[in-house]
Write a protein that binds this ligand. Structure first.
Ligand SMILES: Cc1ncc(COP(=O)(O)O)c(C=O)c1O
Length: 431
């Protein structure tokens, strides 16, 4: 019934998760509930970062909404309190905030700032990357422009190989410099054609690319090369920021770099449409060329109040530490499962951001998206929500709300083991 109404009223390019879609009507912490009251352990919604329907966020929203909601053309303390709290989490010289409503908007603004500074359109991206749904971002997202319905790269966008140390062009933990050399070669090529690079936009850990953890050294070397050529380094933290990776608050910190622009989204507002771009004084001054930056909703007091509540909850409930502790235990349980199934090629992760990569066999490492999809659908039937991603859709992603606990981790691992056995048995009988 709802599917029919959806078809009637919503554009057909929207997708639904799972072979049999869910009708979810309630959320609480790390759990979702469907219309029949069935409870699901949510291991995939990274937007509801501090848990579904957190009471402190509801309260913050209601209180501020009752008082005032306007825009940035009035003096207001809320936006300043939030900017101050957010900047405390970021290293110098990142010091100026621009408020937007989505990760896409932040990334679009980042490209605009970089292009304004360098006076060039040339942009370097990682193959397999996704940075948003606006026209400007489909253009810098090989995940989209090389995917279904995509029309390939535009002339000013240059993709370098995905820094995947498991199944990529160069393999192993020491492959960082080989991937960075690809960027150097590209930059030399651009120079020889009389072109300048405006920016390098990348996630420090790739999400849609398939939970890819670039080899050590790659991001630092890439930044060095790009900066040497006068380009701007943009870190897209939309999926991985706010303590998800456990050992650090931001993904870029694990590579010992400080970007020129950081873009934030998703978890920043726990589901509320709040996003921010943070940059340096110097970049901000350059961008101040007379054209006003105004955003009807960006930086409104209600959104900023929610942003403050998210930061407070992260501290009060020590969720970054929780991500590190629970994540490391889950990773070791998953590694144990991997050792028993030749179909699992790789298990990787940091904090509560993990990937389980399925392959056909350990000799050719060919992807097996079919098993990944069967497992995800079967796990859903058991009441555990996961998803697949990566260019071959053969990586199961785990990125739950950070309130995910030890018991949840055990439950997920036990069920994954049993489900994988069942799926493989079913497949054997099919053959
Ligand atoms: C890494 C990354 N950047 C940007 C975006 C775009 O964010 P939004 O959907 O809020 O526009 C996404 C969304 O999935 C993302 O994963």
């Amino acid at each position: 019934m709802l599917r029919k109404r959806r078809k009637n009223y919503l554009g057909p390019s929207l997708s639904l998760s799972y072979d049999e879609p869910l009708h979810i009507i309630k959320g609480k912490g790390q759990f979702l509930f469907d219309k029949n009251g069935k409870k699901y352990l949510d291991a995939v919604n990274n937007i509801q970062h501090v848990g579904h329907c957190h009471p402190k966020i509801t309260e913050a929203f209601l209180n501020q909404n009752e008082k005032l909601n306007t825009n940035t053309r009035y003096l207001d303390e809320t936006i300043l309190n939030y900017a101050e709290a957010l900047l405390e989490k970021l290293p110098a010289p990142l010091s100026k905030c621009y408020f937007t409503n989505s990760g896409s908007e932040s990334n679009d603004l980042a490209l605009r700032m970089a292009r304004n500074r360098v006076k060039s359109l040339e942009t370097i991206v990682l193959d397999g990357a996704y940075h948003g749904h606006l026209t400007s971002l489909i253009e810098v997202s090989p995940y989209k422009y090389n995917g279904l319905g995509g029309e390939g790269a535009v002339d000013h966008v240059h993709a370098v190989p995905m820094p995947d140390p498991y199944r990529g062009k160069y393999r192993g933990p020491d492959s960082g410099s080989s991937y960075a050399n690809e960027i150097k070669t590209l930059l030399d090529e651009l120079t020889s054609k009389g072109k300048k690079v405006s920016s390098f936009i990348a996630e420090s850990v790739m999400g849609c690319g398939g939970q890819i953890f670039p080899p050590k050294g790659f991001i630092n070397m890439a930044y060095e090369e790009v900066r040497r050529s006068g380009g701007v380094c943009i870190a897209d933290e939309v999926q991985i920021g706010f303590g998800r990776l456990g050992e650090h608050f931001w993904g870029f910190e694990s590579h010992d770099v400080v970007p020129d622009i950081v873009t934030l989204g998703k978890s920043i507002g726990n589901g509320h449409p709040l996003s921010v771009l943070v940059t340096t004084d110097e970049m901000a001054e350059d961008f101040n060329n007379g054209m006003e930056y105004f955003n009807s909703f960006g930086g409104n007091p209600v959104s900023c109040t929610i942003g403050i509540a998210v930061l407070e909850i992260l501290e009060e409930e020590q969720l970054q530490e929780n991500a590190m502790n629970v994540g490391s235990k889950l990773l070791s349980m998953l590694s144990d499962i991997k050792s028993r199934y030749s179909e699992i090629g790789d298990v990787r992760g940091k904090g509560l951001f993990m990937g389980i990569e399925f392959i056909q066999n350990k000799t050719n490492l060919e992807p097996d998206g079919r098993i990944a999809s069967l497992v995800v659908n079967e796990m859903k039937n058991k009441g555990i929500l996961l998803s697949t991603d990566g260019p071959d859709h053969n990586v199961i992603k785990i990125k739950p709300p950070l309130v995910f606990n030890d018991e949840n981790a055990h439950y997920l691992a036990e069920n994954l083991d049993a489900t994988l056995s069942k799926v493989l048995e079913m497949r054997k009988n099919d053959i």
